[in-house]
Design a protein around this ligand. Structure first.
Ligand SMILES: [Zn+2]
Length: 507
């Protein structure tokens, strides 16, 4: 007898539904899977056999053929096990023919018949909704994630026996409740209230968050650069539901979701070590490409400490995705596009020894060493940074002084107000000044006469390039937005000019 059902498999942060067709016919007993199945999928035969035995079922006598459609799509992982088992149950008449209609089955079968969670449950549930399917059956650990999708009822089953009970109608089950947590700061975020001194850097953080600008912190070791960077997710606007779904989809395909926290309601903070590989940064790996750090940082912060220590090739690979806010990865003929809309925060010492410009300690670097150090970052890469901030080591007075400053939440309120102004001006919620096109820059950056005069003088005095000019104007626009000003004034331009690349470092 012939039967079919649905499973699913993630591609990028999307998923494709897979139709699992099964035929049981006469002939010498065999079990064949066709349809571009990778090794793990082919091994499903053994897991299905063992799970059947443990559920007290015997495999049908005769020739079993399973086909995974569409045939041109590479299938990986063990997530199709359950769909395969259900298709076989249908084909051998062990469950009612219409019991699996409109249902997607997702889960890995253990040899004991238990179901184990798999990657990509959320994207598969979204794909099910888009295909007009109304139910999804998953292992208990994945059920809260599957239940996030409105319009699809999620059912939890711990074993193959429980799935059979659901299909035969002998097991009473309710769909899993949809739980959407309140948005909040990341559990590991550091509050700005804990940061002492560093008024200039705090302000730069606020501007970067308000305008979606990338930020480079330059200062000696121990100045607190990474502490400041870790405050960033807490001052960015809170995630909306759709953004949270995207963040969770990324984590889901990366296998990072947990049953305790089905929906990630905070902005990610990723801080890969400088030894990270090209594939680790942009995505890739064997078989179907996996998301890299730039995608894991989607809607959040990518923090690169010791920036000049990173492999130059890895940094250069960031240039295009920083512009496009997405990355396409091709591996063994499979092209997958991942989102990568993030705020980049870089940190570096001003020179190899770290003490160039440090009043407390003399720099031991020779001039050619200083030049070689700064050359590790290319001009085009540095062009992606909107704000440069010198972070000095704190003085004894500052270190011993009264506590920190304003808490992150107060800063975030101003940031959200400034973002609302940008959304209105740029005609789309979520668009920021950093993303302005040349046309939007012309139209949206109305500047007072004094502001224009100051800009003109800056072009001469600091030898601002075209890019430097655009960058200054964008940052000035953000400073004005933080103030609620429609027009860019001279004071906004003056503040923006403070965040130019420091000359003693980048000369
Ligand atoms: Zn030095």
């Amino acid at each position: 007898m012939f039967a079919r059902t649905f499973g699913g498999t993630p591609y990028g942060i999307e998923a494709r539904l897979i139709e699992v067709q099964c035929d049981v016919g006469g002939g010498y007993p065999s079990f064949t899977i066709v349809g571009l199945a990778e090794k793990e999928v082919a091994e499903a035969r053994e897991r299905v056999r063992a799970a059947f035995r443990n559920a007290g079922l015997s495999m049908p006598e005769g020739r079993i053929t399973a086909n995974l459609a569409p045939a041109d799509l590479r299938k990986e992982g063990a997530g199709l096990d359950l769909a395969l088992a259900v298709a076989l149950l249908l084909a051998m008449g062990a469950v009612p023919p219409s019991s699996a209609q409109g249902t997607v089955f997702l889960g890995e079968l253990g040899l004991d018949g238990r179901l184990r969670g798999v990657r990509g449950v959320l994207p598969v549930a979204i794909a099910a909704r888009e295909a007009g399917l109304s139910r999804i059956v998953v292992p208990p650990d994945s059920s809260a994630e599957a239940a996030l999708v409105e319009g699809v009822e999620a059912y939890a089953a711990a074993t193959l026996t429980e799935v059979i009970g659901i299909l035969r109608g002998t097991r009473e089950v309710q769909p899993v409740a949809r739980i959407v947590p309140q948005p909040g700061p990341p559990p590991d975020a550091i509050d700005l209230a804990l940061v002492r001194g560093q008024e200039h850097a705090r302000r730069a953080l606020e501007i970067a968050a308000a305008g979606g600008h990338n930020l480079l912190l330059v200062g000696p070791p121990g100045a607190g650069k990474s502490l400041l960077a870790r405050c960033m997710p807490g001052v960015l606007p809170q995630l909306g539901f759709e953004e949270a779904l995207e963040v969770t989809r990324v984590r889901s395909v990366a296998g990072l979701t947990s049953p305790e926290c089905p929906l990630v309601m905070w902005r990610p903070f990723r801080a890969p070590h400088h030894t990270i590989s090209y594939a680790g940064m942009v995505g890739g790996g064997h078989g179907v490409p996996a998301p890299g750090e730039i995608t894991l940082a989607h809607h959040g912060v990518l923090f690169l400490d010791e920036l000049p220590e990173f492999d130059r090739k890895v940094l250069e690979a960031l240039r295009q995705p920083l512009e496009d806010r997405k990355i396409t990865v091709v591996r063994s003929g499979v092209a997958v596009t991942f989102p990568a809309s993030l705020t980049l925060v870089g940190a570096m010492n001003p020179c190899g020894c770290g003490h160039l410009g440090d009043p407390g300690r003399a720099c031991r670097c020779r001039p050619h060493e200083i030049a070689a150090y700064r050359k590790r970052l290319s001009g085009p890469f540095l062009d992606r940074m909107d704000l440069f901030v010198e972070v000095p080591r704190l003085t004894k007075e500052e270190l011993l002084g009264e506590g920190g400053g304003e808490p992150s939440e107060a800063v975030r309120v101003r940031v959200e107000r400034a973002r609302a102004m940008q959304g209105r001006r740029l005609g789309a919620e979520g668009r920021t000044n950093a993303q302005m096109s040349v046309g939007e820059l012309e139209e949206g950056c109305r500047t007072s006469r004094e502001g224009r005069d100051l800009l003109a003088r800056a072009i001469d005095h600091f030898a601002l390039t075209g890019r430097g000019y655009a960058r200054t104007l964008k940052v000035a626009r953000t400073v004005a937005d933080l103030e609620g000003a429609e027009e860019i004034g001279a004071q906004h331009v003056a503040e923006a000019l403070q965040y130019r690349a420091p000359e003693e470092v980048f000369g």
